[in-house]
Design a binder for this molecule. Structure first.
Ligand code: NAD
Length: 395
């Protein structure tokens, strides 16, 4: 794999963490593509002043900076062999549309994390742009929990995953790409057999909307003091864990149904939620006897509270949080769309989507089907003309 230039898209928490990490493990050129607002000018002027971006990981500090910063897709992407998109899923399509015309013929482009349905949007845009040789990939989660401390200057990497799943299309490039990404991101990467696994095994689609549903359904108008804001993961009750289990079971049933319809599709990594937690947070969970205790006793989740916003002197649930606005249209709704194609019912996931739609002011489901007026803002395969299971499972 001949990768001399990497372009990182976006200037959020994840991009800030990625720049110094990659700089320490890759000797080629790093471009930063910042089309959003005034980010490029702002970032460039600060990096000129500060010189280096510092990432703090425990007691370790690493440094790095991009070689080029640009708000223009041609300047940032035309020499890139690998393009990384560590940005929210709702910005993937817009970013792909901007950069696709300038991609090298054999470039590789990936989303970190992919969420669900990235493959349908990406392949649709690349095919329209006649970029037939461009390859795509996605990672199952962001490798780090990270927060910008000071824009273009300091970022805290608060935790790093033991291992992150990655899948690519065409599938043949996955092992070599996994090796390269492991090296530049300083990470254990598990090669996944296909991108359908990323879509179905996007655990954020269960955990984030599912816990929000459990915490706030029927309590939408509750107000909280700072110290009474519900703990997100430690606040998972037996009842909430029950809902999460039912959501997870519905996705497992969908995977089993797809296997029945086409035995060649490998979906062995689409695990039940409790199995995934045990696999991903090995060593960090002190009591793994039930799904509830896997959340309540996971040290990586300790102290994290539900997303809220300030209202006067109180706090109220934040229904515009990413946990809903990213994970429902780019997660649960995509999975439900595949279930529709495979003719699998998902009553619990439907109930969660319908409740959250009221909170976020969107209509994805109408008359029991994915025909709501806001379905165009999701990444369901049907939006890209993919209506048969054979077309969906090839990625
Ligand atoms: P962020 O909010 O910090 O990223 C914002 C950046 O994304 C902006 O600065 C901009 O550069 C870009 N962006 C946003 N909207 C855009 C748009 N409409 N068009 C173009 N660019 C746009 O997000 P983050 O914390 O870096 O997270 C990136 C992804 O990683 C998200 O999917 C998030 O859910 C996921 N994630 C983050 C963390 C974390 O600890 N930060 C942990 C797990 C998963």
């Amino acid at each position: 794999m001949n990768i001399d230039t990497i372009t990182i898209c976006g200037g959020g928490n994840a991009a800030h963490a990625m720049i110094p990490v990659i700089r320490n493990h890759f000797s080629g050129k790093i471009n930063l593509y910042l089309p959003f607002g005034e980010e490029a000018t702002h970032f460039q002027s600060l990096i000129d002043e500060n010189k280096l971006l510092t990432a703090t990981l425990g007691t370790k500090k690493i440094y790095g900076q991009p070689d080029k910063v640009s708000r223009y897709a041609d300047e940032a992407c035309q020499d890139a062999d690998l393009i990384l998109m560590p940005i929210p899923a709702f910005a993937h399509e817009q970013t792909l549309l901007q950069i696709a015309p300038y991609l090298k013929e054999e470039a590789i482009i990936g989303a970190i994390p992919a969420r669900s349905g990235f493959e349908y949007a990406a392949m649709h845009i690349l095919q329209n742009q006649k970029k037939k040789k461009v390859k795509i990939f996605g990672m199952q989660t962001l490798p780090w929990a990270c927060r910008i401390k000071q824009y273009a200057s300091k970022v805290d990497i608060l935790g790093k995953k033991n291992s992150v799943g990655m899948a690519a299309f065409p599938h043949e490039i996955t092992p070599e790409l996994a090796t390269f990404l492991s090296q530049i991101l300083d990470l254990n990467i598990t090669s996944l057999p296909n991108m359908l696994t990323l879509t179905l095994a996007n655990v954020g689609q269960i955990i984030h909307p599912g816990i929000m549903y459990g915490l706030f359904k029927g309590k939408e108008h509750m107000t909280y003091q700072k110290e009474t804001i519900p703990l997100f993961y430690q606040g998972v009750t037996k009842e909430i864990a029950g809902t999460l289990k039912l959501m997870s079971d519905e996705i497992i049933r969908l995977a089993q149904r797809i296997k029945t319809l086409n035995n060649d599709v490998n979906l062995e990594y689409v695990m039940g939620l409790q199995d995934w937690l045990n696999y991903s947070y090995k060593g960090s969970i002190t009591d793994n006897s039930t799904l509830q205790t896997c959340f309540n006793t996971n040290n990586a989740y300790r102290g994290l509270r539900a997303p809220v916003k300030k209202k006067n002197d109180d706090y109220i649930p934040d229904f515009q949080a990413r946990y809903l606005t990213e994970d429902v249209p780019n997660g649960l709704v995509v999975t439900k769309a595949i279930a529709e194609i495979a003719k699998v019912d998902m009553p619990v996931i439907d109930e969660v989507i319908l409740t959250i739609c009221k909170w976020i002011g969107k209509e994805y489901i109408k008359g029991g089907c994915l025909k709501g007026k806001d379905i165009k803002d999701t990444r369901i395969p049907q939006k890209y003309g993919l209506t048969h299971l054979d077309e969906v499972i090839i990625y």
